[in-house]
Design a protein around this ligand. Structure first.
Ligand code: IDC
Length: 457
């Protein structure tokens, strides 16, 4: 990476008390900031800012920095409330990150516009105290670092498999977010560190609901949020599965125009990255395969125009059951596949609801179609109920044997048995100790964290 400027200022200062005040305990203050220009285009750019609190815990923080002149503007930011006055920018913590424990970090980001000087900020402060840190260019994807993306590089479909840069089949094992409109507080530096390092997860599925207060309510904001999570996954060597989480209504064509707008944008912005996979429709339901296929054949060219080499995953009929939940099966897809290359088909299951008949379908279909389990649960299809350990184990053993990639619903602290964390976990900074895991989280962590042994050469 091009670290173009190091050590902005000194700090880890102890805030002094004024001479007039009575002696009392001083609050330790201090911070580091890592500022990365993650993308730049004509007149515009995107930046990631990681601020780490080195002092005493703070609640209600305020990050400040200044631009070189008046020509740079924050246009749209996330994970903080952003404002700018002249060349001075302020970002204040939002509900889910306003408390920063000692050593805790908040990951923020924004898109900006500029004329004149490069958008290189300086003089970072946290609650008025100068921060140390660095300002750099774009982080290249990690390579040769042993991370899933570092080892496997750009993925592609080969036969019925997902293959890595050595053209060898790989299985990715990871977790899905819950709806990012509801659980944004669960996706931060600490939780993604835990996912990458403790869970050794290969991928993060980013579930961006379209309805239910999702994308349709704020297209630019959700697009930015997804891009921010793609960057956070990339920085940790994980793949990011961008899930256009259609659910109700079940006909993806209802969202066709939104899908084209969204995918044109994320595909252009992420085309140079190796860690992105696109999932164009979560769970088509109440709709024919012909309608899903028609949708796919309109959305995929939009992605290909901007990002020609990424893998695209197509949802299937009956809540991505290959039609089984509607009394059909994989034959309808085999007989009429989507007319596009480098694609896979989604298969979803919930272990307590979907058992032998679904496993038989998957086993048959696996030799005929490239499949990716982009979502599954250990519980019932409601996302709740009792965890079915025997069925989950049978499913995961089957997926391992067939080298089918998967993402589990959900890496969140939702008050439902499918969630990996106990309720309230995301209000704190601990995503690593065993006490924060639910029964489902403990089971998934034990499965996902085993060595990957990706084939190379
Ligand atoms: C569920 C969530 C729940 C939410 C509901 C409606 O767990 O909190 O209220 O969606 O948005 C799916 C869907 C996924 C569901 C999940 C569990 O892809 O959105 O999440 N599920 O019902 N398909 C089968 C099960």
């Amino acid at each position: 990476m091009k670290r173009i400027l190091a050590l902005l200022a000194t700090c880890a200062t102890v805030l002094g008390l004024t001479a007039l005040s009575a002696p009392q305990a001083a609050a330790a203050a201090g911070c580091t900031v890592d500022y990365t220009l993650t993308n730049q285009w004509q007149g515009g750019f995107q930046a990631a800012v990681k601020v780490t609190n080195l002092g005493d815990p703070v609640t209600g923080w305020r990050l400040g920095f200044t631009w070189p002149d008046g020509g740079q503007k924050v246009v749209q930011g996330w994970n903080a409330t952003w404002s700018q006055s002249g060349s001075a920018v302020t970002a204040t913590g939002v509900d889910w990150n306003r408390t920063l424990a000692t050593g805790a970090a908040a990951d923020l980001g924004f898109t900006g516009s500029f004329t004149g000087a490069n958008p290189t900020p300086a003089a970072f402060t946290l609650n008025g105290v100068a921060c140390t840190g660095s300002v750099g260019g774009e982080d290249p994807p990690p390579t040769g670092d042993g991370t899933p993306v570092g080892v496997n590089g750009q993925l592609h479909v080969c036969g019925v498999n997902l293959c890595n840069q050595y053209d060898r089949p790989v299985q990715l094992r990871g977790m899905s977010t819950h709806g990012i409109q509801w659980f944004a507080q669960c996706y931060n530096a600490a939780s993604l560190d835990a996912l990458a390092k403790d869970w050794k997860s290969d991928l993060l599925r980013v579930a961006m609901y379209v309805q239910e207060d999702g994308y349709e309510t704020d297209p630019a904001g959700f697009t930015s949020r997804v891009n921010g999570l793609v960057d956070m996954a990339e920085a940790r060597g994980m793949y990011a599965l961008i899930d256009f989480h259609t659910l109700t209504p079940g006909d993806p064509n209802y969202n066709l125009d939104r899908a084209k707008t969204f995918f044109a944008s994320v595909a252009a912005r992420n085309a140079g990255k190796k860690n992105v996979i696109y999932e164009i429709a979560n769970e088509p339901n109440g709709v024919s395969w012909a309608a899903v296929k028609s949708y796919a054949e309109q959305v995929i060219p939009v992605i290909r125009a901007a990002d020609p080499d990424a893998v695209v995953i197509v949802g299937t009929r009956g809540w991505s059951s290959l039609g089984v939940s509607d009394g059909s099966d994989e034959n309808e897809v085999v007989a009429s596949p989507v007319n596009a290359a480098n694609i896979m088909y989604a298969f979803h299951f919930y272990a307590a609801s979907h058992k032998d008949a679904y496993r038989a379908t998957l086993s048959r279909a696996a030799s005929r179609l490239p499949l990716f389990v982009t979502e599954f649960g250990t519980v019932s299809a409601t996302g709740g109920g009792t965890l079915d350990r025997a069925s989950t184990t049978a499913w995961l053993d089957l997926l391992d044997q067939l080298k089918i990639s998967y993402a589990n619903w959900t890496y969140s602290d939702a008050p439902e048995t499918s969630a990996a964390f106990r309720p309230g976990t995301c209000d704190g900074g601990d995503y690593s100790s065993s006490g924060v895991l639910t029964e489902s989280g403990a089971l998934l962590k034990s499965r996902i964290s085993t060595p990957d042994s990706f084939p190379t050469g």
